[in-house]
Design a protein around this ligand. Structure first.
Ligand code: AMP
Ligand code: MG
Length: 404
């Protein structure tokens, strides 16, 4: 069986960044820049007024002074005649500072009448003036490759004239849930049936990671149905998640069908709990995850393996949630010596410098509601048999953004 660490490194080896695209700014939020971006021009492009007031030469205003006002410069006007000594212009915020002027006096600090203004000097030369390029110098680096485009980055790109940006696209992820027992969430299950929870939790996890889920819910446990869903999924998606039918049950067709279609097995079965039957295949140039159907196992596999893969495919610089050491509030003991890595759903809370760790309750891999209380996963190494109360445990903070 493949170890957890080996499985994760094989996932990341295969999950290569998608080819970049040129994306309009309106669609760029949350994507990673595929190239470093330089400013072709300075921002602001011209020296302008930071206030509504009067453009003057500071040297004219050593003390109290009355100056003639030559005219008014609104924002958006290409320019005005230069300002000679001993005069002023009325000027608005964002208007081009006329040649000769070096300082703006806010209207609140001046007394004005028709055609004149009185100022109280001395003035600080350059006050309330925004210099060309003081925000972003022309030719300089604006953002590095891999930078995630947040609202601020998108605004800066617009300011420098990048109406479209080279970025890695969102990963389109086919999500296929399988099982004859499944019905839609909005339907009352008949005898022996349950609602398809995983199509919703998995699609939401894909979306939370920045991907675009394409849902193929409730594929029956029949070989032909699985083949048809996989064919369609591989044609339209960048990556495929199958859910359920990956273990050794009589109606578990995913692995068989993938082999029949000629997929290359990257790994199948991982020495971990939950999620032991996890598998990864490569088919027609695309990765296909076989994720076990137990609802908690399914979510943990997406969290631990699929999410980092999606982030890498989207060119994000950080793939892993923050790791911390926490202190177990109650003792924990392995109940079988099977050499598997164990993922525990835990709730953590800070106390001083420490992070205290409590199990969210029983750890059965079908107990989906326990996921709501979990803000971290504790990762117990295969050779750890027991942890005493107060003992240290490695945590993965799953409610916080990736930091490494
Ligand atoms: P499987 O991996 O197909 O053997 O399924 C393992 C367990 O998870 C079974 O109890 C299934 O009924 C349950 N299960 C599988 N798929 C889903 C799903 N989409 N939603 C909720 N439970 C599921
Ligand atoms: Mg099944």
């Amino acid at each position: 069986m493949t170890t957890f660490t080996e499985a994760l490194s094989r996932v990341l080896e295969r999950a290569l960044p998608l080819p970049p695209r040129t994306v309009p700014l309106a669609e760029a939020l949350g994507l990673a820049a595929a190239e470093a971006i330089l400013a072709p021009e300075p921002v602001p492009p011209f020296t302008n007024s930071a206030m509504d007031g009067f453009a003057v030469r500071a040297g004219d205003c050593a003390g109290a002074v009355r100056l003639p006002v030559l005219g008014e410069i609104p924002a958006g006007q290409p320019g005005s005649p230069p300002l000679g000594p001993g005069a002023a212009y009325r000027i608005m915020t964002g208007a081009v500072l006329p040649a000769g002027a070096d300082t703006v006096v806010p209207v609140e600090e001046a007394t004005a009448g028709p055609g004149w203004v009185e100022l109280r000097g001395p003035l600080r030369r350059g006050a309330h003036v925004r210099l060309a390029g003081e925000d972003i110098p022309g030719g300089g680096l604006v953002l590095p490759r891999g930078r995630i485009l947040r609202p601020a980055e998108i605004g800066v790109l617009a300011a420098i004239g990048c109406a479209q940006v080279p970025a890695r696209p969102r990963v389109r992820v086919a999500v296929i849930t399988t099982g004859d027992e499944l019905v839609e969430a909005g339907v009352r299950p008949g005898p022996g049936q349950i609602r398809d929870a995983n199509i919703h939790s998995l699609a939401a996890q894909v979306r939370a990671a920045g991907g675009v889920p394409v849902c193929f819910p409730r594929v029956p446990d029949r070989r032909e149905a699985v083949v048809a869903a996989l064919d369609q999924a591989l044609a339209g998606a960048d990556l495929v998640l199958t859910n359920g039918g990956i273990s050794v049950g009589d109606f578990d067709y995913i692995k068989q069908v993938l082999e029949q279609l000629g997929a290359e097995q990257v790994f199948w079965r991982v020495a971990q709990k939950p999620g032991g039957p996890l598998g990864l295949w490569q088919l027609r140039g695309k990765l296909v995850f076989g994720i076990p159907g137990n609802p908690v196992a399914a979510m943990l596999m997406v969290e631990e393996f699929v999410r980092p893969a999606l982030l890498r495919m989207m060119g994000f610089p950080h793939l892993h949630r923050p790791e911390r050491t926490g202190l177990m509030l109650v003792p924990w003991r392995r109940n079988s010596a099977d050499g598997r890595l164990i993922l525990l759903r835990v709730a953590t809370r800070p106390r001083g410098q420490d992070l205290l760790v409590e199990l969210t309750g029983p750890q059965g891999s079908g107990l989906l509601s326990s996921m709501m209380a979990a803000n971290a996963l504790a990762r117990i190494p295969p050779d750890t048999q027991a942890i005493p109360a107060g003992g240290e445990v490695l945590l993965h903070l799953i409610d916080q953004p990736e930091d490494h």
